[in-house]
Design a protein around this ligand. Structure first.
Ligand code: PGA
Length: 246
């Protein structure tokens, strides 16, 4: 993966088909960088393919075992030219009870199949207030990256998404993000002897705060939820992070 910054749009399970068609009219015309990865709801994926931007999944299933109704496997994604997937988003950890171990299997299997994985980690507000951020991130990193060699880590990006910042407009202060991202990078170096891990920030990134957030030196990209649903807001973010940085 090149060293350019990346913007990921996580469209979650939003938008009806009518809305989607309007969305695509703008996005397919204006988003022309491979460094933008749009992760649509699975049912809409074909509408996003063969454009100038990249497409990713919001989740992936492991390849092993028998049939799994409702799941998508790396081999299927790759057969459609999709080689990015988000794994371990906090909404899945919380609502779908995904454990670190389940997440780790997905990371390993996706990477073994040559996919790029965006592994989400982050603490709750309660954990932060109890000064447990580092402990929580360490646990998620040790477990999430368990069994990955340095070669495999080349295909992994960590997305730091404090849970209380997701969808709330409560962005962390830039100094705090910088400090935590530095911590994540140094911890990965410590446990894996790998000092090239890319770390994104996610959580209420929007068209108003992106100029400030984009100044944080050690952040390699952004994971955008709510603001990626509005094409004009998303374009502003893309322009700031990618187009202006070229
Ligand atoms: P948000 O979501 O930008 O709406 O906070 C980010 C995410 O859930 O990845």
């Amino acid at each position: 993966m090149e060293n350019k910054k990346i913007v990921v749009g996580n469209l979650k399970s939003e938008m009806g088909f009518g809305e989607l068609k309007e969305y695509l009219k703008i996005i397919n015309k204006e988003v022309i960088d491979k460094e933008v990865i749009i992760c649509p709801s699975n049912i809409y994926i074909p509408y996003f393919l063969n454009q100038r931007y990249s497409v990713g999944l919001q989740n992936i299933h492991v390849n092993e075992g028998g049939p799994y109704t409702g799941e998508i496997r790396p081999k299927q994604a790759l057969s459609m030219g999709i080689n990015f997937t988000i794994v371990g988003h906090s909404e899945r950890r919380i609502h779908l009870k995904e454990t670190d171990e389940m997440i780790n299997s997905k990371v390993i299997d996706a990477v073994r199949n040559n996919m790029y994985v965006i592994l989400c980690i982050g603490e709750t507000l309660e954990e932060k207030q109890m000064l447990k951020t580092d402990v929580v991130l360490r646990r998620q990193l040790v477990n999430g990256l368990n069994g990955l060699s340095n070669d495999m880590l080349l295909n992994v990006i960590v997305a730091y998404e404090p849970i209380f910042a997701i969808g709330t407009n409560e962005v962390l202060k830039s100094v705090e993000i910088e400090k935590t991202v530095a911590y994540i990078k140094s911890f990965v170096k410590q446990i894996k002897q790998y000092d090239n891990i890319k770390v994104f920030y996610g959580g209420s990134v929007n068209e108003n705060n992106i100029v400030e957030l984009n100044k944080i030196k050690n952040v390699d990209g952004f994971l955008v939820g709510g603001a990626s649903l509005n094409p004009m807001k998303f374009l502003k973010i893309v322009n700031e992070v990618i187009v202006n940085n070229d």
